[in-house]
Design a binder for this molecule. Structure first.
Ligand SMILES: Cc1ncc(COP(=O)(O)O)c(C=O)c1O
Length: 383
């Protein structure tokens, strides 16, 4: 067993850049000012100061007004993902999503007895071109209760849905009166180019439910996420909320931390993440471009790697584990847990030297786990 470990398995932020002093100062100020509010139950919407800061975040990113009174703070975006499903579905109901999606959502929907119907993903995100035919195939009897989409820096593939597809998705959803749930928790983990628009900035369709979080721009342990929607959808979802509200203490600290804006801190944390992403991509390029293809995402915390079909996946897991290297196998993200010739590398928390030293280990293990010597049979990541 290897002494050294290379942990690429879970999507986390970077402990080395957590803004310790800024958070300490924010906590100090928030407690002094808001100790009395912390003795109260927060209610369904939660801390007004943090809602105002997050509405400003959304509005500044998207260039459209966002009403903090139509925002509810959640225990991470995961509570919002689950709550929406609880409010809008019964066991046996159908939901459309990407065929490869966030494992937490798959587990939540499985647990709620939801029948997930997947659309494949390519370089431009969910293949919305297939949606109309899929809706026709499902018919009225299995009409989806909503469409769940990871529009930007999709987990696990790192891809973003093109604007044309976003618009088409909204057109179809509106025409068929199907709510759309946009989970945008990676939207501000942004490295290059223009930020893609959120769905609510592209349409006034009143059944868009938007979910975001501080987990990926600050830390998952703060457990602050939020949900916005128009009425009556907003109240319909919150009617299912039975937890007396989110954590006022954490919200007060985050409101203080972000009282001017979220951008300076977020951008300063994104810079070292971009370095890590480039180390992964360049490492793969140097080590295994003859056999694999991978994403080079403009944001998010993951690189998605396609390896040859002849790789024995159990063997790959054994070989990597013996050398201290961990990753998330593609099957974890398939809505029906099917084995796919992919793996996901989560790089956000991995020290730079572990990326430099780890990627050659992964490349070597992929070579050793092959059962043939055939040449690469695919060109692109989604071939
Ligand atoms: C797409 C997606 N949604 C939601 C979550 C849950 O995040 P949190 O509850 O920490 O905001 C994650 C976490 O990895 C995710 O990848």
């Amino acid at each position: 067993m290897s002494e050294r470990t290379f942990n690429f398995s879970t999507g986390r932020t970077n402990p080395a850049t957590f803004p310790v002093e800024a958070v300490q100062a924010a906590a100090h100020a928030a407690i002094a000012r808001e100790y009395a509010e912390i003795t109260e139950y927060p209610g369904k919407l939660g801390h007004p100061g943090l809602r105002a800061a997050m509405a400003k975040r959304e509005s500044e990113r998207e260039g459209v007004p966002v009403d903090p009174e139509l925002m509810s703070l959640m225990n991470g975006s995961m509570q919002a993902v689950t709550l929406v499903a609880e409010a809008l579905t019964q066991p046996g109901d159908t939901v459309i999503c990407e065929e490869l999606t966030y494992v937490g959502t798959i587990t939540a929907y499985d647990t709620l007895g939801i029948n997930m119907v997947g659309l494949p993903v390519d370089e431009d995100g969910m293949q919305v071109e297939l949606l109309e035919a899929k809706l026709a195939e499902l018919g009225e009897a299995r009409k989806p209760k909503f469409i769940y989409a990871l529009t930007t820096y999709q987990n696990p593939t790192g891809t973003s849905m093109s604007t044309a597809r976003r618009k088409r998705l909204l057109e179809l959803a509106q025409a068929h009166d199907i709510p759309v749930v946009e989970d945008n928790c990676y939207g501000d983990v942004h490295y290059d180019g223009e930020k893609p628009p959120a769905l609510f900035a592209l349409s006034d369709y009143d059944k868009i439910i938007y979910i975001c979080s501080l987990s990926k721009i600050l830390a998952p342990g703060v457990r602050i996420g939020y949900l916005t929607a128009q009425q009556p959808m907003f109240d319909r979802i919150l009617a299912r909320r039975l937890d007396a509200g989110g954590n006022t203490f954490a919200a007060a600290v985050c409101a203080e931390l972000y009282k001017d804006d979220v951008w300076d801190l977020t951008e300063s944390l994104n810079e070292p993440l971009k370095v890590k992403k480039n180390l992964v991509v360049h490492g793969l390029e140097a080590e295994i471009s003859d056999l694999c293809a991978w994403s080079n995402p403009a944001g998010g915390l993951f690189v998605w790697v396609r390896f040859p079909d002849d790789v024995d996946q159990d063997k790959l897991m054994e070989l990597t584990a013996a050398r201290g290297f961990t990753y998330a196998p593609g099957a974890n993200f398939h809505i029906h847990h099917e084995q796919v010739p992919y793996l996901r590398l989560a790089f956000g928390h991995v020290p730079d030297e572990d990326i430099r030293d780890g990627i050659p280990i992964l490349a070597q293990c992929i070579r050793e786990a092959r059962t043939s010597n055939e040449a690469k049979s695919f060109n692109g990541l989604f071939d």
